[in-house]
Design a protein. Structure first.
Length: 104
């Protein structure tokens, strides 16, 4: 049996280490990037949706004559819209907490 030359063994080890490093670092980072991009896009769209729902609720309550005029009642549409936005934040947080509890 002929012994392999020392350089062949070193090249084989180098190729094996490079392929292992790619398998354990590059491929997981690619999948992490995909999850991260979907997460960022989802958070931006969720923020925009909540913003427009809050703005729509504010405009709806401002059109009601009950809250019209120059009295303190004209402040209530803003308080109602703020309460709706806070409620949506609480609902999203509780949904995220339940999802995290299911995973763990």
């Amino acid at each position: 049996m002929a012994k392999p030359a020392p350089l062949e063994g070193a090249q084989e080890i180098q190729t094996m280490l490079v392929s292992y490093a790619k398998q354990e670092t590059v491929e997981p980072l690619k999948s992490l990037g995909r999850y991260l991009s979907f997460g960022i896009a989802g958070s931006i769209l969720t923020f925009m949706g909540i913003f427009f729902v809050g703005l729509g609720a504010l405009r709806f309550f401002q059109t009601l004559e009950v809250f019209g005029g120059d009295s303190w009642a004209s402040m209530f549409p803003y308080l109602i819209a703020l309460a709706l936005l806070l409620l949506s934040i609480v609902l999203i947080y509780s949904a995220m907490s339940r999802a995290k509890a299911r995973i763990a």
